[in-house]
Design a protein around this ligand. Structure first.
Ligand code: HPA
Length: 275
């Protein structure tokens, strides 16, 4: 397994600092599948492809562009990951979450994560948004397995509140002002790349899952390890109803994510103006 430690992090940070001309991001944003409109709202000052960045994995999924964008979004200085890494691509969870450590080291004080997810809670319809208030890690792996780097965080990070209560409140308030439905619930991470069987959707519902996807949880675990306040939104792209399950394709997931994305952009705009 490729080791990622303090030395690698410091090499990556030096490289990035040499390429962003003193730019100091305050907020990190991870953009999920099919969520590119948000990237277009960024007044981009610097773009760096993942291939160029030392120790960064390279995204293998075509729907994920694979670059870091540095710029202004709704009046805030951001670093945005346009394209993220997934476990199913064959990376270790340490590799997938390395960008979170990098963004934190560049100075971000909070992290916003988005993803496309399936609605397991059948009261939630596709093309709506869900604020993730808690999660279940069913990846059967954890990005913190291995020797702990004490400079980064504790051996046994507390996970009683993985999603920041104050940030969540900003999302609720903004959704209210915009008259926008914002569901709340539990996100469960599965490894993928298969979507779930009917029996698995039944299991997930029994476990208390409201939305299911293939990302986010590793990044949020690492954000908690380093004490970085985090909020996350799922864009619900399909309804995981085991009794009436229809086949879903990536194209449909991307299409529905695109339909719902305008709402996510308005929501983030409102939140950014409050923080
Ligand atoms: N599972 C089911 N539906 C989905 C997923 C998933 O991981 N991601 C987006 N829609």
């Amino acid at each position: 397994m490729k080791k990622i430690g303090l030395q690698e992090l410091s090499e990556t940070i030096s490289f990035l600092k040499n390429n962003i001309n003193g730019f100091m991001p305050e907020i990190g944003v991870i953009l999920g599948t099919g969520l590119s409109k948000l990237a277009h709202q960024i007044d981009v000052k610097h773009t760096i492809s993942y291939e160029e960045i030392p120790h960064f994995p390279v995204s293998t999924v075509e729907s994920h562009a694979g670059r870091l964008l540095f710029g202004e979004l709704f009046g805030k200085k951001v670093v945005a990951m346009q394209g993220r890494f997934h476990y199913y691509e064959g990376y270790t969870l340490q590799q997938i979450t390395f960008p979170v450590r990098v963004m934190h080291n560049l100075g971000i004080q909070m992290l916003f994560v988005s993803n496309a997810a399936g609605a397991v809670n059948l009261n939630f319809k596709k093309a709506s948004l869900m604020l993730i208030t808690d999660h279940i890690n069913l990846l059967m792996d954890n990005p913190l397995i291995g020797p702990n780097v004490d400079e980064w965080g504790s051996r046994f990070p507390d996970m009683s509140e993985p999603y920041d209560a104050d940030l969540n409140e900003y999302f609720r308030k903004t959704a209210n002002e915009l008259n926008l439905t914002l569901h709340e619930g539990v996100y469960t991470a599965m490894s993928g790349p298969t979507l779930e069987t009917k029996a698995e959707y039944r299991l997930l519902a029994t476990l208390g899952t409201d939305a299911v996807g293939m990302s986010t949880v590793p990044e949020v675990i690492v954000a908690n390890h380093i004490g970085l306040p985090t909020a996350a939104i799922s864009v619900l792209t399909d309804e995981c109803d085991p009794d009436n399950l229809v086949p879903v394709t990536l194209e449909e997931i991307i299409e529905i994510a695109g339909v719902a994305e305008g709402k996510l952009v308005s929501l983030l705009e409102g939140v950014f103006k409050k923080i």
